[in-house]
Ligand binder design. Structure first.
Ligand code: EPS
Length: 391
């Protein structure tokens, strides 16, 4: 129901986005979106590009006097680096004097993209496969997120591990979240606020320091590091999503949203893969009555049962592989000569897991908001809010 598209090359003139399906009446400003764009640019381990860019969005349509109109919203973010790439990224002309790239980096989309489209210059692939595109995803999804917040739903995230610097286990993380937040309903907000204070978005100070040291070491070795981040969502009512048809199951839709972030190789919900090692008696969340309220004594399911929200905190985790552009390059092949040669090195990040966690917060919003619209639907925010209150 809510959908968005992005366009734009990493070193092209700009990124653009179109967001459709938002109800009317949501208060939004470019300043509000810019804060999330700024958060996406932080994190220890980013490369030189982040010193060039200072992402700010221009809202081109769909918003009037600070409120959404219920019509398509279009957005623009200029790439500052385009000034250094005008010739290489020219829209017109033959590009005759521009050097062709012919040595693919293992792990990047370079090779598969070139085979797929028959490009003789890998730059034709690199530019769009780049994670630069996520700046516009965050911009579009921040508007969706604002809608969710108006409905009492808050999204947050933190990083669980970078390389081998890791919070010990799930119980450790739960303890940390509980320590920082007495009220479960505030968890997403509070955890995010605290994670933002760490250069790698890790809640535990010692693990955070170990992660920074690991990134420094990897950089010195010409290597890169991946990691795992967790997205949590609070304030979700019971009954979002649908168990009746495969493509309406909210777990599948959320996994797709996270899996589509560049370099993500795995997604878990709740205790995820760990559940497969347990007996059923240890894997599920018993019902308990708290006064007149039905509650659960645990949250192994991560807030979803049958592809439908169960009123508990939503817990999603994603694993990011190490970035595939290595200063000490991997083995590759020159596609012209077929001679073995080191992969081409371009300026790059050493670790982008903190950024990915901010992107993760953003990209889950459309799936959640679509489910809200399906259940409580209406064309304007105040109508939807009334529907939520009345159920
Ligand atoms: C990226 C390579 C780097 C990253 C970039 C993603 O860019 P460059 O090639 O210009 O140094 O910094 O990420 C961003 C620009 C961003 O805004 O996140 C890649 O190859 O995916």
């Amino acid at each position: 129901m809510i959908r968005y598209l992005t366009a734009g090359e990493s070193h092209g003139k700009a990124l653009v986005g179109i967001l459709e399906g938002m109800p009317a009446g949501i208060k939004i400003s470019s300043e509000y979106i810019n804060h999330q764009l700024w958060r996406r640019q932080q994190g220890y381990g980013r490369g030189g590009r982040m010193r060039i860019e200072s992402d700010t969005v221009e809202i081109l349509s769909g918003v009037r006097f600070g409120k959404t109109l219920g019509t398509p919203i279009s957005l623009l973010i200029h790439n500052q680096d385009y000034n250094n790439w005008r010739e290489k990224m020219a829209v017109e002309g033959s590009g005759g004097s521009v050097e062709r790239m012919r040595i693919p980096r293992p792990g990047h989309a370079d090779y598969v993209g070139a085979v797929k489209y028959g490009f003789d210059d890998l730059r034709d692939v690199i530019e769009r496969a780049s994670a630069r595109e996520t700046a516009m995803r965050v911009a579009c999804c921040t508007i969706v997120r604002k809608f969710l917040e108006e409905c009492g739903i808050f999204i947050g995230s933190h990083v669980l591990s970078i390389g081998s610097a890791s919070l010990a286990d799930r119980a450790d993380t739960d303890r940390l979240i509980k320590r920082y937040t007495s009220k479960a309903s505030c968890a997403a907000y509070k955890v995010t606020e605290l994670a933002d204070r760490s250069p790698v978005r890790i809640l535990d100070h010692r693990t955070s320091e170990r992660a920074v040291a690991a990134i420094k070491k990897a950089k010195k070795a010409g290597d890169t590091l991946g990691g795992i981040f967790e997205v949590i969502v609070t304030g979700l009512p019971i009954g979002l999503g649908n168990y009746a048809q495969w493509d309406r199951k909210l777990d599948g839709l959320l996994a797709q949203a996270l899996m589509s972030i560049q370099a993500i190789k795995g997604v878990e919900i709740g205790d995820g893969f760990e559940m497969a090692r347990r007996h059923g008696s240890q894997a599920h969340d018993p019902f308990v009555a708290k006064g007149k309220r039905i509650d659960r004594s645990s949250n192994h399911a991560g807030g979803l049962e049958g592809g439908v929200t169960n009123g508990q905190m939503l817990v999603l985790r994603a694993a990011m592989k190490p970035i595939s552009t290595l200063a000490k390059p991997l083995k590759s092949i020159d596609l012209d000569t077929l001679k073995p040669t080191p992969a081409r090195y371009e300026r790059s990040d050493v670790c982008a897991v903190p950024a990915a966690s901010v992107i993760g917060e953003a990209v889950v919003a459309p799936a959640l908001a679509s489910a809200v619209m399906e259940r409580f639907g209406g064309d304007a925010l105040d109508v939807i809010q009334t529907h939520i209150k009345s159920k």
